[in-house]
Design a binder for this molecule. Structure first.
Ligand SMILES: [Zn+2]
Length: 153
């Protein structure tokens, strides 16, 4: 499942990426070209523009009604009956929307602080920004957030 999110859905874009969904954040006007891009790339169009519901569009579109990102995630996953895969969490660079590649501890030595390369072993690198990611505290906090979003009702 891939998404195309309109410019008002920046937070939702980030959280969909955290959940492991390829999500393009669309910065242009919400018009025909938005829908054309979604269709061409096989993405579910996400928009807050209610008037888009009346456009003819053969692809899949969700008019997001909720305001809070936690509720938006619930709204989207429920409408699509999506069950986010825990194994896919944090598999995409939040900045670039690129799939992260696994890299070894040896490869990241010198690129991350020593205590990190000594204490962690699961490293991933973004092929675009070359950012290196590992399961740290920040990520644990986010995981709790994700669980809250998906569990409660
Ligand atoms: Zn990146």
């Amino acid at each position: 499942m891939k998404f195309l999110a309109d410019p008002t859905l920046g937070k939702l874009t980030k959280w969909l990426r955290i959940l492991g969904y390829d999500t393009v954040y669309y910065m242009g006007d919400i018009d025909r070209s938005f829908l054309r891009k979604a269709q061409k790339e096989g993405r579910v169009a996400l928009t807050r523009r209610r008037d888009m519901a009346s456009r003819s569009f053969s692809g899949q579109m969700i008019i997001v009604c909720e305001d809070q990102v936690q509720n938006q995630i619930k709204e989207v996953t429920q409408k699509l009956s999506l069950k986010p895969d825990q194994g896919k969490l944090f598999s995409i660079c939040l900045k670039c929307n690129k799939e992260l590649k696994e890299v070894s501890r040896e490869e990241v030595r010198g690129l991350v602080p020593d205590y990190v390369s000594e204490n962690y072993k699961d490293f991933r690198m973004c092929p675009q920004c070359k950012g290196i990611f590992w399961p740290g505290t920040h990520r644990d906090n986010m995981l709790d957030e994700v669980k809250k979003m998906l569990d409660s009702g």
